[in-house]
Design a protein around this ligand. Structure first.
Ligand code: ACO
Length: 431
């Protein structure tokens, strides 16, 4: 506790209550309201949790006003420029950057756990060819609890480590199997000599009929996008993983719940929605029309990839990805980039518009990520799957932190009940 207090006064009784205030290392203080219901018989009301800290965490910090994002204290700009996704995964999981030996051992462990139980591959045959890959990936990751139940004693640290390595290593394999099922190609087995991003590209794009060489530019781009997507503190899907896991549920099921939450267009599904939107807008002369639609209260249309619950100035990940778009498209030799040009122009117009300025709506991480994924040859329906692969590292890190949190309890919010008061059952003949 910080020693600071926050007082609340009950307007009816005049009674006041001193609540302890807790300070983090950075960021706003939090008022500890745990005694509120016991002492005053009232709940707090905060739908969407805009003012509620659901847990204490040491993993990721965001200052939405200043556009700051740090993993374990390291600014995202430095990690994006100097680190790799696997190193970032170690950092998020274990709290510190690895030394050379630790990094090698971790990378080796991830590389050698990439195969999945062969029976799992058969599950894909049960899906229709046009099933959305997110549906397949959520289902098959959930099924892992039926395959790997030997190491899910969540109180055992070794089991937790094995779970972490397994899911991080295997989720690209599951994602690639979903892709291959969707395009009707045979599954490509992982290659342990390749690094995380290169192996993913190999599993997606190699076919038995010819040799496939991973393009280092593509692998580098995937690595960067995964680094940027790896964690984002208590977002919707991470909170879902924590909540599902708080009951002591099998951790693979908790990750499957996170994947399901990520799929929504207000969250990770936005990268797919941005591309669909840009294609629908089609040309620069249509932008004004769509901006007007986004501003119209009677029209449900929103500019996808714009706005964020926390960032009210800019999303630092979007800034990095916008620059990466220029670089990657140029390196891939794409000179004709109509969708990227359209996105740049849309951003420019929206950022000058009073509506977007007043509501502090800026491009978020998903505004540009799909443009890179598309340039790498991935179909739009796989974009959110890519996000899920990267965010698995964050989900697992938060799940691990939650499991050993001495203050951790099952997540169980309360409510403001506004349904009928007690009434008597009416027999069906009298209704
Ligand atoms: N286009 C037009 N108007 C918008 C947009 C948008 N993209 N985003 C928010 N607004 C408006 C809302 O209509 C609302 O206006 P009002 O105050 O007049 O009612 C105001 O801005 C605040 O919006 P909320 O929905 O209350 O903000 P919230 O913090 O709950 O939602 C969210 C944030 C979901 C990201 C929202 O901005 C949105 O829907 N954006 C588009 C989807 C998207 O890009 N999601 C990805 C987020 S990043 C991620 O999860 C990886």
């Amino acid at each position: 506790m910080s020693g600071k207090k926050f007082s609340l006064q009950n307007g009816e009784t005049g009674e006041s209550l001193e609540l302890p205030v807790r300070s983090g290392t950075v960021g706003p203080d939090v008022v500890d309201i745990r005694s509120l219901y016991g002492e005053q018989g009232v709940f707090t009301y905060d739908p969407g949790f805009a003012s509620t800290a659901s847990c204490e965490s040491k993993i990721t910090f965001i200052d939405g006003g200043k556009g700051v994002l740090m993993y374990r204290g390291y600014p995202i700009e430095q990690l994006a420029q100097r680190s790799s996704f696997i190193e970032v995964a170690f950092l998020l999981l274990y709290g510190e950057l690895p030394n050379a030996e630790e990094l090698e051992a971790f990378e080796q462990s991830i590389r050698t756990h990439t195969m999945i139980n062969e029976t799992m591959l058969r599950l894909f045959n049960g899906f229709h060819h046009d099933a959305h890959p997110m549906a397949m990936v959520a289902g098959v990751v959930g099924s892992m609890s039926a395959f790997y139940h030997d190491t899910t004693d969540i109180q055992d640290q070794r089991h937790r480590d094995i779970f972490a390595h397994r899911i991080i290593a295997k989720i690209p394999t599951i994602a690639a199997a979903a892709y291959k099922h969707a395009v009707g190609q045979p599954f490509t087995y992982p290659r342990n000599e390749l690094n995380y991003a290169a192996n993913l590209l190999h599993m997606f794009f190699a076919v038995p009929a010819e040799d496939y060489e991973v393009d280092p530019v593509a692998a580098e781009a995937i690595d960067l996008l995964f680094t940027l997507h790896a964690d984002h503190e208590q977002n919707c899907s991470t909170s879902t993983v924590r909540l599902a896991g708080s009951s002591g549920a099998n951790p693979y099921s908790a990750i499957a719940a996170g994947i399901a939450a990520l799929w929504g267009p207000a969250h990770g599904g936005a990268n797919e929605a941005v591309l669909t939107m840009l294609q629908e807008i089609g040309s620069v002369d249509q932008i004004e029309k769509y901006v007007a639609k986004a501003k119209d209260r009677d029209d449900p249309f929103r500019l996808m990839g714009f706005g964020h619950r926390v960032y009210k100035n800019f999303d630092p990940r979007a800034t990095i990805i916008r620059e990466a778009c220029h670089r990657v498209l140029a390196k891939l030799g794409r000179t004709d980039t109509p969708l990227f040009d359209l996105a740049l122009r849309l951003e420019e117009i929206a950022l000058k518009d009073e509506y977007f300025i007043e509501k502090k709506l800026y491009p978020n991480v998903d505004f540009y990520s799909g443009i890179i994924y598309r340039a790498l040859g991935l179909p739009t329906s796989m974009f959110t799957v890519m996000f899920a692969i990267a965010r698995t590292v964050g989900w697992v890190s938060h799940w691990r932190e939650m499991i050993i949190d001495p203050e951790g309890r099952i997540g169980r919010p309360r409510q403001l009940y506004s349904g009928p008061v007690q009434r008597d059952y009416v027999p069906i003949s009298q209704r």
